[in-house]
Design a protein around this ligand. Structure first.
Ligand SMILES: Cc1cc2nc3c(=O)[nH]c(=O)nc-3n(C[C@H](O)[C@H](O)[C@H](O)COP(=O)(O)OP(=O)(O)OC[C@H]3O[C@@H](n4cnc5c(N)ncnc54)[C@H](O)[C@@H]3O)c2cc1C
Ligand code: FES
Length: 288
């Protein structure tokens, strides 16, 4: 890691065994980023845009930044957030206020500064022009991790977005503006179809499964359901796991998940080997 200046190759780039080919690793840096905008989206969700010229141009879809919220002076830990959008030397986050870190973040104003470490982690594999048709599945702020993938994918597909209620449905219009078909589900039926997001996905796969690939980010029960559907239909799927993190750079082991190996399973780090894993690699049963 370098502070503010030159970058060096991160540890996670070296020889990782992965079922899906990893995207090109980007050097990570720590940099002070000035807030350009920090505005409420719907309900508890905010959009934050910062100037981060050393990080923004290097971000791959599904990667994240580890953010030190400078007004939280007593907090040792950074908070991880997927990079939602990138434009030139700026990047945006889409975050939900759930605790002291995100609430402090929501009080910050343009001109104030954050410390960013990134880009971090292995992201999604961008579909090839002649590859499978992508089906994206997002729950709540999981949409933030999938937007860049939709934007950079040469193949357009379907996006299934779900949440508890209307306020949890984020960036529907933006996915549509990229030319993707969007299917909305809310658990209370206040917007789109009533139910959970995997139901319209199940119906779509029953209609037509071959030649498709699933990409998902959201709560763990949703990811497990997506993994089961992929297995039932024999489809590839990449899942972005949401694990609590400490260091974000592979040192503290706070974020480990059980990953299958030839001889059984071993713990791997969500912050470096992930957060995106091929669903066939994840040993869910070992996590129970
Ligand atoms: C790779 C990755 C990408 C993420 N991307 C986003 C994003 O794009 N947008 C977004 O809003 N959030 C994202 N998160 C979750 C985000 O990091 C947490 O919501 C945030 O750290 C909470 O900080 P806090 O100080 O407000 O909450 P805390 O005060 O630390 O915690 C408040 C409550 O939230 C729970 N919590 C804390 N961290 C997580 C977590 N990672 N997952 C689930 N529950 C948690 C705590 O157990 C506690 O109950 C991501 C997490 C990971 C690992
Ligand atoms: S968060 Fe420290 S090893 Fe992953």
């Amino acid at each position: 890691m370098t502070r503010g200046g030159a970058a060096r190759a991160p540890k996670q780039c070296a020889g990782q065994a992965r079922t899906a080919p990893p995207p090109v690793c980007a050097p990570m840096v720590e940099q002070t980023a000035q807030i350009i905008a920090n505005e409420r989206d719907t309900g508890p969700y905010f959009r934050l845009r910062v100037r981060a010229p050393l990080i923004a141009p290097r971000v791959q879809p599904g990667q994240f930044v580890h953010v030190r919220i400078l007004p939280l002076k007593h907090a040792l830990l950074r908070r991880p957030f997927s990079v939602f959008q990138v434009a030139g030397d700026t990047l945006s986050l889409l975050y939900k206020t759930i605790g002291q870190g995100t609430e402090a973040l929501a009080r910050m104003r343009p001109g104030e500064e954050l410390s960013l470490l990134g880009p971090l982690g292995h992201g999604f594999t961008v579909p090839r022009p002649d590859g499978e048709i992508p089906l994206l599945v997002a729950g709540g702020y999981g949409m933030a991790a999938l937007y860049l993938l939709a934007q950079r994918s040469p193949r357009k597909g379907l996006v299934f977005v779900g949440g508890r209620q209307r306020a949890d449905i984020l960036c529907e219009a933006e996915f549509r503006a990229l030319g993707w078909e969007v299917r909305v589900t809310t658990e209370d039926g206040s917007h789109g179809e009533k139910g959970v997001v995997t139901e319209p996905l199940r119906a779509e796969l029953q209609r037509r499964a071959p030649g498709r690939k699933l990409f998902a980010c959201g709560p763990t029960p949703m990811l497990r359901a997506v993994g089961r559907l992929a297995a039932e239909h024999g489809l590839p799927a990449e899942l972005s796991l949401d694990q609590h993190m400490g260091c974000g750079i592979g040192v503290c082991l706070a974020c480990v998940v059980p990953i299958k190996t030839a001889g059984g399973w071993e713990y791997q780090r969500t912050c470096t080997e992930g957060p995106v894993f091929d669903f066939r690699q994840i040993a869910w049963e070992a996590a129970e």
